[in-house]
Write a protein that binds this ligand. Structure first.
Ligand SMILES: C[S@@+](CC[C@H](N)C(=O)[O-])C[C@H]1O[C@@H](n2cnc3c(N)ncnc32)[C@H](O)[C@@H]1O
Length: 250
């Protein structure tokens, strides 16, 4: 299923404005390299997601994607599904511009919102205009601290339609593992497995993780979900005690 249909970096650069080119900094290029080499397991994870959507969502469904990035993988997962509308939300305007192009692959209503999901989600809840069958967050939720995660879970519960599901693809820590132990463990596996990564890129990964990564354990995520009224949790994918895809049902 996973053809390399996303716009490539050169195409984007050719089409982009000066502002856009400035955005294509080392961090963005590194993330593209990570996706291209499948270092975080996107191919397997999004294959599982595609199968889940095909098997469980035959009726038209509305999907909200929190931290959609370039949407290259979700676009491929939504092909041939019953998706009726897609809303991509990201803090980066440039990521949104690329997501808009990558989502041309999928025929459904589409909307893109640029903003911080800690602010946009509560305003969507207040507006009471749209609710979703599925809310997805892929490799973005772990940037929030515990209190923010708890708050966002409470808001997502209100944004979901009856029978809806929050699908979380994210980094997770082991039970009882502190952030101080998690980060070196993850970096060790990066050093071992991300074979094309240069030493400068390794420092970027390490800097990014120290600055922004706050993964929770599976048990903590389950407690947050339960505390905010989610009824059931189902994990569909797990990789080496670092990454998982879990469904939190309303
Ligand atoms: C690691 S990328 C993941 C992109 C894509 N979902 C994927 O799985 O490949 C994280 C994305 O989340 C976005 N992001 C991080 N924090 C955010 C926030 N508070 N509000 C909106 N977007 C956010 C970033 O701009 C980035 O595009």
């Amino acid at each position: 299923m996973m053809n390399n249909t996303a716009l490539n970096f050169t195409e984007i650069l050719q089409e982009s404005s000066t502002q856009c080119r400035e955005f294509f900094n080392d961090r963005w290029k590194l993330y593209q390299k990570v996706l291209g080499n499948n270092y975080m397991g996107h191919r397997e994870i999004y294959h599982v997601l595609h199968e889940f959507l095909i098997s469980n969502w035959q009726q038209p469904f509305k999907l909200l994607d929190l931290g959609c990035g370039d949407a290259s993988f979700i676009a491929q997962s939504l092909v041939n599904t019953s998706v009726s509308s897609y809303c991509g939300l990201d803090i980066s305007q440039i990521a949104i511009a690329i997501a808009r192009k990558n989502m041309r692959l999928v025929s459904c209503e589409q909307e893109f919102i640029q903003g911080d999901f800690c602010q946009v989600i509560p305003s969507l809840v207040k507006e009471e205009k749209t609710k979703f069958n599925i809310i997805l967050s892929s490799f973005a939720f772990h940037h929030l601290n515990l209190e923010q995660k708890d708050y966002i879970f409470s808001q997502l519960k209100q944004l979901l339609l009856p029978g809806g599901v929050f699908i979380l693809i994210d980094l997770v820590s082991q039970e009882g593992e502190s952030r101080e132990s998690y980060i070196p463990r993850y970096l060790k596996s990066v050093e071992k497995n991300w074979l094309q990564i240069t030493s400068e890129e390794m420092s970027l990964v390490s800097h990014h993780m120290l600055e922004s990564d706050y993964p929770e354990s599976q048990k903590t995520l389950e407690l947050l979900a339960k505390h905010n009224g989610f009824q059931k949790v189902e994990c569909l994918y797990q990789q080496e005690d670092t990454t998982q895809l879990c469904c939190f049902y309303t």
